[in-house]
Design a protein around this ligand. Structure first.
Ligand code: AKB
Length: 314
């Protein structure tokens, strides 16, 4: 029986597009999508799907054993903004789901793990510009704490138990197929929807708040590439810095105005401003570029063009 791939959290912003891409590469029946519910029907109906609670070790283990699953992409998580509202839930989901998957790999039930980290591992004491791979990391959000601790555990399981776990520190991800949920960088997706629907947007971050961002196609490519790379090229088993572009709400507005001149933005920063202020403005990702040839393709204007064209068609 061919070994299969499981995506946990397949209905989310990244999980859904990753599922489609992995199915294109490996065949529909070899990629099993799972989530806690069936909220995304197009994804649910597009191939094998199981309802799976990422916090339930036995359910994940049974699913892997019964389907000969050898690779797991663990995409379920509570993100930065939701995590601040439900700190214990974020800790519970983000940490326990990771332990479950790492322990399945330690026990040789599965062979390969992808687990996303985030720029949220950084905090106010981190250098803001061109943030290096190795630097001060004092996250101030629950989400950031879970990602930072998760990175330490990934490295620990790799060193102690030879677990093949690979990880990327995702910046904000911009996409048109599935909405993000509960993140601080979500404004950079919402703004395109609102520009097309109402010609205006009230932004929850202030106009000069620069954050690192990446277009979904680039994020998926990075994820596929790091998992396909030869094991000995993956020197970092905590998580890799990954960079595409950085921009502010003002700059994305100017990019949208090239297509919709009447588009207007207003600013009403809320609790997410503090989170954004604690994160880097730009990321240095030399290690990913040197070790497994990472390279991004989309700049801000290319993203804007894709977003407006695809959302209009949708
Ligand atoms: C968030 O804003 O919480 C996420 C992230 C940067 O990890 N998009």
């Amino acid at each position: 029986m061919t070994s299969k791939i499981l995506i946990i959290g397949a209905c989310g912003q990244i999980g859904s597009e990753l599922t489609y891409k992995l199915r294109e590469i490996h065949g529909i029946d070899n990629v099993i999508a799972s989530d806690i519910n069936t909220r995304k029907l197009d994804l649910v109906n597009s191939g094998p799907f199981v309802i799976l609670d990422a916090k339930n070790f036995n359910a994940i283990k049974d699913c892997c054993k019964n389907n000969n699953i050898k690779t797991v992409y663990l995409m379920a998580a509570l993100l930065s903004a939701t995590g601040e509202k439900y700190p214990m839930e974020a800790w519970d989901l983000n940490m326990n789901s990771l332990f479950h998957v790492l322990n399945l790999a330690k026990g040789k039930v599965i062979d390969h793990v992808f687990w996303p980290s985030s720029i949220a591992v950084f905090g106010p004491s981190t250098p803001k510009e061109n943030t290096p791979q190795y630097t001060a990391m004092e996250p101030t959000t629950v989400y950031g704490i879970t990602k930072q601790v998760g990175e330490r555990w990934c490295e620990y399981y790799h060193q102690k138990y030879d677990v093949d776990v690979r990880s990327i520190r995702y910046p904000g991800i911009i996409s048109w197929k599935t909405l993000p949920g509960g993140g601080t960088t979500d404004y950079a997706v919402e703004i395109y929807h609102e520009a097309l629907k109402h010609n205006k947007y009230e932004c929850f971050l202030s106009e000069n708040t620069a954050l690192p961002m990446l277009f979904m196609d680039d994020a998926i490519k990075a994820t596929i590439d790091i998992m396909a790379a030869k094991a000995d090229t993956i020197k970092i088993r905590s998580s890799y810095n990954l960079s595409g572009i950085s921009f502010t709400p003002k700059e994305i507005t100017e990019s949208i105005q090239k297509h919709i001149p009447e588009f207007k933005i207003t600013y009403k920063p809320d609790f997410r401003q503090n989170i954004a202020d604690s994160w880097p403005k730009s990321i240095n990702d030399n290690e990913a570029r040197e070790q497994w040839n990472w390279k991004h393709s989309f700049d801000l204007d290319a993203i804007t063009k894709e977003m407006l064209t695809e959302l209009k068609a949708k």
